[in-house]
Ligand binder design. Sequence first.
Ligand code: F6R
Length: 624
Amino acid sequence: MQITTSRGLATRGGEIMCGIVGYVGKKDSLQLLFDGLSRLEYRGYDSSGIAFKNGSGIEVYKAPGKLKDLQKILPKPLPAITIGIGHTRWATHGAPSAANAHPHTVKGVSVVHNGIIENYRELRAELASAGHVFTSQTDTEVVPQLIARYLDRGLPIEDAIRGAIAHLRGAYALGIIHEGTPDTLFAIRNGSPLVIGIGTDAQYIASDVPALLPYTKNFIYLEDRHMAVLRSSGIDLKHIESPEPLQLEGKVVTVNWTSEMAEKQGYDHFMLKEIYEQPQGVMDTLREWIDDTNKLMEEMGIASAIKDLRRLHIAACGTSYHAGLVGRYMIEKFVRIPVAVDIASEFRYMCPIIPKGTVLITITQSGETADTLAAQREAKEKGARTLTICNAVGSTTTREADSVLYTRAGLEIGVASTKAFTAQLAALSLLGIALGTKKGKLSDLEIQTLKPFLLDLPRLIRLALQTDGAVKEIAKTLVDAKSMLYLGRGINYPIALEGALKMKELSYIHAEGYPAGEMKHGPIALIENGVPVVFLATIESLHEKILSNIEEVKARGGRIIVVTDSPAAFRDKADDMIVVPSTHPALVPFITVIPLQLLAYHVAVIKGCDVDQPRNLAKSVTVE
Ligand code: F6R
């Protein structure tokens, strides 16, 4: 999940995942900015800073390390402020130091930035030769330097910002305040996410909704190349190229997330809390459409096209891609049309064939994943109808797709996706049933059989969560493992991939997922004494085949861990067994994934890994 940017190797976090907060209002404590930054900590960072206006100028405080290090140098008691910006930075360019931390301030212009200014080297050289003195090694500093240049030429602040932006290439979300412009906070977006929070007598900006949940539920997801001019009394939205205000109508979304959702509520980690929230997320997602799948088809705009629907495409990344693979099994079973599932970052480069009538489904928790967005845009450009399955109301994929099927997992903060995954499976099962019914491939009887199983899933997931104690015991024995294999067949194969992904990203143990039948074509070479192999064995028709795979691993000394709903069938063969409840064969992934999430969680905790913010990772990847 590491990604290479034009600046070399960056991470799924890095400077691209910095956190921004900003406030303009009648008066509030500096604590507001500090708390906002605390709620963005999950994005990962290694330095932070705050700038605010006092009566006479801009005060800036910056520190390497964690927010507690910033707290130490902030004035005490924290002053009341009317305007300010804050930032958490994860260095990729220039060491994590006070000098490189944001905000960067030049001649009374203070800037926080999330993204990459790709042409900063040229700009920096040009500005330096014109006498500008740089005090950091960051790409960001060219922004206040450019704005200051235009201010020196006599331009008013807004025009100076426009002038500066015209020079920038790359991705950026910016928050800007200016010493000489009272009560005005500027926010600009091009490629990196930024939300505007709308309050009464106060307006806010942030990289993500959770930072602002205590203050407002009303948000505008700033669009690319838009600028917001925020004053305590209200907001003007503009194109970056033009001073004319745009209509606000239709742009404000109200979220039903609460600030409590952004807290751990007694759990040790967000990830654990989110694992336990899965019965709710699945139910909330199903509830919206389960009784009216015809209406779902209409809402998705597919109802009239259904007769000619020959094929579906799915594109997604990481865990969402694994949901897509499960979706393929479900949809092909229920609808009897082929479904192609692609990793979104590959989609564009494989010259996708998009005949008339193609529907591309993107699956994304955040709605901001750059590769997924690029796939959606590519398909749209080639004439496909686009549908996004997304968890973040108002995010970029939802704004750009022709239709949206929301997952109702609620706010997911743990970097490793868990409850969004099972909610995605719920959305895909709804879609499969809706399409299958409309296409006449699912009989009434089949639907009537399936529906009670779906509605029973929250209860079954709760039962699967009761494996926690047993899973924890197994986890204790895995901490020294160097490598693991996860094997499944049929619809459990994507869950083998997902189990392995969770294990590697959380506990840094090398783990691979394979279709069990593929093992003898290569991976079996990895089996030696003690190598843990997790088998997913919850589909009765495949038990025999799984048993032969178990024999093959056992013969080579591998350690057998079986996740099954049929303990009697595997008791003699397994070294360890995790017993889960049975369900409909098309729905087993909802159940088998649960102990695998718990297993990765416990191994990581025992190893002392940072579960909510695994190394090199952050919550959404907004560069390709
Ligand atoms: C793994 C994980 C990632 C994401 C992937 C896509 O635990 O969280 O693999 O699933 O980065 O993110 P979204 O779903 O936001 O597009």
